[in-house]
Design a binder for this molecule. Structure first.
Ligand SMILES: Cc1cc2nc3c(=O)[nH]c(=O)nc-3n(C[C@H](O)[C@H](O)[C@H](O)COP(=O)(O)OP(=O)(O)OC[C@H]3O[C@@H](n4cnc5c(N)ncnc54)[C@H](O)[C@@H]3O)c2cc1C
Length: 834
């Protein structure tokens, strides 16, 4: 038993790489005393020591953009605080484009960058050539240049953060390995072992201790699989091999540098590499094909601050393209090489936030740009831990975005794919092929035979749209209107004018029941609870009063509820719901929570002829009256029978048309499908995918979770007062009220370019060029025959008729704020009787 080690702390951070060190620093800076960091070896001995240290601001993810931006600003200040120079070379970052599609990508990125105040400039090939003559430019279309980023020394910045942390009272202990976690109900008992050197290896000694910590953060880099095993959870963070090579001095570069400054970091995304200067030579970092995943079952003891052998053959193509782009590098020999593990996740974003199912356990795992992300991750994670919520929406990084269906093989396959895809064109309508199909509804084969082009949501295959045989979705992708656009238009029109069928099986579904259920849900959500047989739209809030989850609640009995929420977020929603119910059961009584997502399929049938189709197959009551407003009014729910299939039907349609959601036993899905297809044939029933649905819901100003609804805006800011019952107490209410309205959600009709619609990432301006907000959704409106979008603007501007501008393709386009629900504002078609 070790006595020198402090054994009671407020927060224990496990892992002394760039990420863990930043978290410890920021927890102390946010005001927590008693923070301890444990590192099994030396600080930076994981992936951090061999990183190339680039700090790319470019990122298509909103949360990550903020994180990277914070890091770059923070690293610049660190020397003043710690006296240690982190070796930040602000040389800029030049991302070159060989194709117009790549320029389109940069232009979409640029408008997002503006929403996060990330500076950039455009450069023509001639301007590049003039400034950096060693770069071949005749086959370039142009470039986007970030003047404020560059590269840093990863070890130095980590040491600077460690010094800053120590100055703020953090205890950093090296050569202590965490070997076990036990939750007592109020604190973690963490078993740690002293590590010693033996024959060049790092091995466990007999010396152990138990540290009692209120909170634990794991930032264990390549050791994430061991951490997952110790915690009894799955963490899809598995490293992939990543190489970079360093050339000998290039005489042309040496000569150039006698007169001029350093080159920016050069990125030729179409050639899949980055290049930067290194002591008169070049560093080439390729993102090549076939880089294998490593350490899926843990890191061997013998692998410390080690590297894998170089695989030059694998990066030959990228090497040749560097020579093409920088001809003077052709005759320069190799000086050094690095092939190290770089942690990945299936979507390339790190896993930051509360661990699934566990209390006071926070993950910060799976960083592939961990040097760039460390500063911001520490800052925002510390906010989540200390204040209960971060100022940006961290949901897209939440570890629970993967559910219990996620396996090791899935993670390996997707992580390898993700690495290879780092520099592909990141079309907003991109769908990645690996590990598919995996989660399929029973009708998958039928849909496929009918031309469904699938997207993947939370592992589920879900039709995006339907196309004729032989159509290739891959070739149809674009930053503008893709080849699929017309199909989505036809589908959207079918719902507005006839009848359409949407597969919504991926919806998250929970049953909440028991003696405590009513009081619990009344506290947990902000709207009034529905009466038995009725439904309500409502929100569960965060501690900060922002939106944690949107629910459609069906009240089946006094104490029995069926909750429907977004398909992408099943485990994320379940975790929050379960933990809250556990906390509140002593006060409210027993609450049972069941995740029934996979037990029920959902078809949404909608359109003016929806009732006609259902009337042909409804059997539990006389079809003449079964679906009338009297028996089945809007916003009600009841059990019906379609043929021989019992269906829990809800009269609601996310498309804003007359319609029903048909929740049915999954094992009867193909039967129900065939029945509806047959009944629908004479009414022209059209199969409709998620893309058309997304457009249609914007015509009704229906906010979507993950875009308009998230943890950076309250339901009041989302402008949903009719779904907030201020007359009752509910979780997050006080914070929501205190927050007030910082910006307001509204719907805009947009006169954009002829061949493009917004994607929901674009910056919004006043006519005089003042930036006033951003879009969170975008698309095309078949009702108004122009682009549509939803977003957040300064509250005084969220008024009907307000003229704004949307930045798309580097130009400002006219937009006007509409009334809420510009299509059918009085909900007449939804309520139609028949
Ligand atoms: C060749 C290469 C080049 C790269 N270039 C860049 C770049 O230019 N820019 C960039 O942003 N990123 C780059 N990266 C990625 C970057 O290295 C990582 O994202 C980053 O280092 C991750 O930091 P971390 O703190 O999460 O993990 P690590 O640095 O791996 O740290 C994790 C630490 O946890 C410790 N640990 C694990 N388990 C335990 C335990 N049970 N108890 C105690 N301690 C434990 C480990 O010993 C380790 O020190 C590169 C990676 C590679 C391989």
């Amino acid at each position: 038993m070790n006595t020198a080690l402090k054994t009671h702390v407020k927060a224990l951070v496990v892992g002394g790489g760039a990420v863990g060190t930043s978290i410890a620093y920021h927890l102390a800076r946010a005001g927590w005393a008693d923070v301890m960091l444990l590192e099994r070896d030396e600080l930076t001995s994981g992936s951090t020591w061999h990183a190339a240290g680039l700090l790319p601001l470019f990122n298509m993810n909103y949360a990550t953009t903020h994180i990277h931006k914070y890091s770059v600003d923070f690293y610049k200040m660190l020397e003043a605080e710690t006296g240690l120079n982190a070796g930040f070379s602000v040389v800029g970052n030049l991302r070159m484009a060989q194709t117009q599609a790549r320029m389109d990508e940069y232009m979409l990125y640029a408008t997002t960058a503006e929403t996060a105040e990330v500076p950039y400039e455009w450069m023509t090939p001639a301007q590049i050539k003039e400034r950096w003559p060693l770069v071949r430019t005749e086959d370039l279309k142009g470039a986007i240049y970030h003047p404020t980023d560059g590269y840093i020394n990863p070890a130095d910045v980590t040491m600077a953060m460690a010094k800053g942390a120590r100055q703020r009272g953090v205890i950093i202990e090296r050569k202590w390995q965490v070997d076990g976690y036990e939750w007592t109900g109020s604190e973690w008992h963490v078993t740690v072992t002293k590590m010693v050197e033996k024959g060049g290896n790092l091995v466990a000694s007999d010396e152990t201790a138990v540290i009692v910590a209120e909170h634990v953060v794991t930032a264990t880099g390549n050791h994430a699989q061991r951490t997952a095993n110790l915690l009894g959870i799955k963490i899809p963070a598995i490293p992939v091999e990543h190489q970079f090579i360093v050339t000998k001095p290039d005489p042309a570069l040496v000569e150039y540098r006698k007169t001029y400054g350093e080159h920016p970091v050069l990125r030729d995304a179409d050639a899949k590499w980055y290049v930067r200067e290194e002591r008169g030579g070049w560093i080439l970092g390729p993102y090549e094909r076939n880089a294998p995943a490593r350490f899926a079952y843990g890191v061997p003891d013998s692998f410390r601050a080690d590297l894998f052998p170089l695989d030059l053959e694998r990066i030959e193509e990228e090497y040749m393209s560097m020579i093409h782009r920088i001809p003077s590098s052709e005759t320069v020999g190799l000086k050094d090489d690095y092939n190290g593990p770089i942690c990945y996740t299936p979507d390339g974003n790190p896993l930051v936030g509360p661990a699934p199912g566990l209390r006071n356990m926070w993950l910060a795992e799976g960083f592939s740009f961990g040097i760039t992300a460390a500063g911001g991750t520490g800052y925002y994670l510390a906010q989540m831990m200390v204040e209960g919520e971060a100022e940006i929406d961290m949901a897209s990084l939440d570890p629970k975005r993967y559910g219990p269906w996620m396996t090791t093989e899935y993670a390996v396959t997707k992580n390898e794919e993700c690495y290879e895809h780092v520099y592909i064109l990141h079309h907003p309508d991109e769908e990645r092929p690996a590990a598919r199909p995996l989660r399929t509804a029973p009708v998958y084969d039928r849909q496929k035979a009918l031309g469904a082009q699938f997207g993947q949501v939370n592992g589920w295959e879900r039709p995006n749209y339907y196309a004729p045989a032989g159509f290739d979705d891959h070739d149809a992708r674009s930053f503008r209107r893709g080849g699929w656009w017309q199909y989505a238009v036809d589908e959207a029109k079918a719902i507005r004018e006839g009848v359409g069928l949407i597969d919504a099986t991926a919806f998250s579904k929970h049953i909440v029941k028991g003696p405590g259920a009513t009081q619990f849900l009344d506290w947990f959500t902000c709207n009034k609870l529905p009466k038995v047989g009725r439904i309500n739209l409502t929100y569960a809030l965060t501690l900060a009063g922002t939106t944690r989850t949107e629910y459609t609640i069906v009240r089946r009995a006094e104490d029995a509820y069926y909750l429907v929420s977004a398909g992408a977020w099943t485990a994320y929603d379940a975790d929050y719901l379960r933990k809250a119910a556990e906390d509140k059961a002593p006060e409210f009584g027993y609450i049972e929570i069941q995740d029934v997502t996979s037990q029920f399929g959902v078809f949404a049938i909608a359109g003016p002829k929806a009732r006609d189709v259902l009337n042909k197959v409804i059997r539990d009551a006389d079809p003449a009256t079964a679906l009338t407003n009297k028996r089945f009014p809007w916003l009600s729910a009841r059990r019906i029978e379609l043929g021989m299939c019992p269906v829990d039907a809800i009269r609601v349609a996310y498309t804003g048309e007359l319609g029903w959601e048909l929740h049915h036993p999954i094992e009867m899905q193909t039967y129900l499908w065939d029945l509806l297809m047959e009944a629908g044939a004479e009414h022209g029933l059209k199969l409709v995918g998620a893309r058309a649905q997304n457009w249609l819901r914007q015509e009704k100003s229906y906010r979507a979770f993950g875009t308009e609804l998230g943890r950076d805006a309250t339901p009041a800011e989302a402008d949903l007062p009719r779904f907030i019952d201020l007359g009752k107490e509910f979780h997050g209410k006080d914070a929501m009220v205190q927050t007030g309205v910082r910006s307001t959600c509204c719907t805009l009709l947009i006169d954009g370019p002829e061949d493009a619609d917004p994607w929901g990432r674009e910056a919004l301006y006043l006519e005089d060029g003042t930036k006033v907000g951003r879009l969170t959704s975008g698309g095309y409106s078949v009702a108004f025959e122009k682009s549509i979008g939803m977003g957040y603007v300064r509250p005084d501007l969220a008024v009907e008729g307000q003229k704004l501008k949307v930045k798309m393709f580097d130009q400002l386009w006219d937009a006007v704020v509409t009334c809420d629900s510009p299509y059918d504002p009085k909900n007449e078609t939804i309520r139609k009787d028949g």
